[in-house]
Structure formats: structure tokens, C-alpha cells
Design a protein around this ligand. Structure first.
Ligand code: NAP
Length: 255
């Protein structure tokens, strides 16, 4: 695709991405920018998001960074309103912000369970709740929620908190797809397999290798693989797809 056609894939749509300061969120921000989007980068610490934005768009014309903790409804609500104020609309929301705490159940405190569910699942709910009214007014919107292979099949070492939260993200996405579909809002999830980022480095190389066991293809997963899938689900190219969970894992899970 030449550069001009590439820019038309998202055609100046306003795309809000949470957890955009590094890893998968950063890759999605870079890919969407290349596809012509105007970006709202939301992160708990704004410095990383600002660095990504500056490297893409030194003038700041097509990027807007906001600090918000996705678990705090007032912060997210205020951030989404500011974003809509700046760009006039919210076309796409990609929920990427997430954390993991790798612990066996005997060592997992209630706090460990709650915080992982709160960031991964409640945070996704809070952002969806904040953007849906804007999308309804526009008569159109696309939401892409990042789940995980861990929420599809259960995986050794991801923690029951993380698996439960990500399975919840899938259920939330399916139900919101039905609820908001009549208003022109599409809601899909992506369930990536293991990708080496700050989040998965914590597990160590042995656990990481276990997660990759049985993979059909030799290629390692990289954040850009998730970004391509997110672009498809955010763009008009997926206009009859809603309520799906797209597994991208190099064939670890084939069913
Ligand atoms: P990562 O490198 O750790 O990035 C996570 C991002 O989320 C960071 O920018 C982080 O901000 C932000 N964040 C964390 N808590 C937040 C909060 N309360 N509010 C707002 N932002 C917050 O992780 P990643 O590997 O790219 O993962 C991104 C998503 O993909 C997560 O949902 C993860 O569960 C999912 N996923 C990852 C893999 C994988 O193998 N890596 C596989 C399946 C699914 P700071 O940098 O400021 O802390």
C-alpha cells in the first residue's frame, strides 16, 4: 500500500489508546498513526505516552496525551471529555492497559487478585462506559479490548487473577457488542499469546518458554502483530465483525 492509501485506512479518525506508553499499546499507537489516525494516548504515567507522541508527531497536531488511571472512573471520564473537546469526537477506543502478578493461588492475596481484576477488567469497563455515549451520539464507534490467551484456555503461571480478568474482558466485549451494536458500535477482543514486553519479562525465561510450548510456527510474537490485528478491528475493513475474540498466538491455540 502506498503512503497516501495507508493514511486513509483510519482517515483522521480519533483513536483513544490506553496503556500507550510502551509495549503493545505503543505499537498500536505507532501503527494507527501511520494509518492516518488522530491519537489520544492515555496512561497512568504521562511521560511515556508523551515520549511516544513526540517521536511520532513533533507538532502535536495529531496526538493528545492524557494522564489517567483506568481504575479511577472520574479520571477516565475527565480524560475522555478532554479528548472529545480537543478533537470533537471519539471514533475508536483500544483498551490495552493491563498488569499481571504471577503468583500461585496459595501465595495470592486478595489484594493481588483484586488489583489485577481492577486494572484489566474494571478498567476496561470504565473506559467503555466513558466512550460509548460519544460513539452513540456519532452513530458509530469501534472498541477493541485486549484480552489474552490466558483468558481463553488458562495458562500455567499467568495467575488465576489475570486469567479471570481476561476471561471477563471477553464476556464484557461480547455483551457490549450486543448491547451497543444497534447504535452502530462494534466491540471486539483480541487474545494475544506470549509477547516479550515489560509485562511478560517478570515471568522469567522458563515460564515464557512454557507459554510458547506447542506453537505451530517458529516466529516469536511481537507487539506489532497485535497492532496489525487491532488496526483491522478498528478500521472499516472489519465492518461486519463484532463480538469476536481474535486469537493471535502463532498457533499455540488452534481450534
Ligand atoms: P506493558 O508493557 O506492561 O504495558 C502496560 C501499559 O499499561 C503501560 O503503558 C502501563 O503504564 C499501562 N498501565 C498499567 N496500569 C495502568 C492503569 N491503572 N491505568 C492506565 N495505564 C496503566 O504490557 P504489554 O505486554 O504491552 O501488555 C499490554 C496489554 O496486553 C495488557 O492488557 C496485557 O494483559 C495484554 N497482553 C499481553 C501479552 C504479552 O504477552 N505481553 C499477552 C496477552 C495479553 P506504565 O508504563 O506507566 O506503568
Amino acid at each position: 500500500m502506498n503512503e497516501e492509501n495507508e493514511k486513509n485506512v483510519l482517515g483522521e479518525q480519533v483513536c483513544l489508546i490506553t496503556g500507550a506508553s510502551r509495549g503493545i499499546g505503543e505499537a498500536i499507537a505507532r501503527r494507527f498513526y501511520k494509518a492516518g489516525a488522530r491519537l489520544v494516548l492515555l496512561d497512568i504515567t504521562i511521560g511515556g505516552a508523551e515520549k511516544v507522541a513526540r517521536s511520532l508527531d513533533p507538532s502535536g497536531d495529531r496526538t493528545f496525551c492524557l494522564q489517567a488511571d483506568v481504575t479511577v472512573e472520574q479520571e477516565v471520564q475527565a480524560a475522555v471529555e478532554k479528548a472529545a473537546g480537543r478533537f470533537g469526537r471519539i471514533d475508536v477506543a483500544v483498551n490495552v492497559a493491563g498488569i499481571i502478578r504471577h503468583l500461585p493461588i496459595e501465595k495470592m492475596s486478595l489484594e493481588d487478585f483484586d488489583i489485577v481484576v481492577r486494572v484489566n477488567l474494571t478498567g476496561t469497563f470504565i473506559v467503555c462506559k466513558a466512550v460509548v455515549p460519544f460513539m452513540k451520539k456519532q452513530g458509530r464507534g469501534k472498541i477493541v479490548n485486549i484480552a489474552s490467551l490466558g483468558g481463553r484456555t488458562g495458562r500455567p503461571g499467568v495467575g488465576v487473577n489475570y486469567a479471570a480478568a481476561k476471561a471477563g474482558v471477553i464476556g464484557l466485549s461480547q455483551t457490549l457488542a450486543r448491547e451497543a451494536g444497534p447504535a452502530g458500535i462494534y466491540v471486539n477482543a483480541i487474545a494475544p499469546g506470549p509477547i516479550l514486553t515489560e509485562l511478560t519479562k517478570q515471568a522469567g525465561p522458563e515460564v515464557f518458554a512454557k507459554w510458547n510450548a506447542g506453537r505451530a510456527v517458529a516466529k516469536d510474537g511481537v507487539p506489532e502483530d497485535v497492532a496489525e490485528a487491532a488496526l483491522f478491528l478498528a478500521s472499516p475493513q472489519s465492518d461486519w465483525i463484532t463480538g469476536v475474540t481474535l486469537d493471535i498466538n502463532g498457533g499455540i491455540l488452534i481450534r
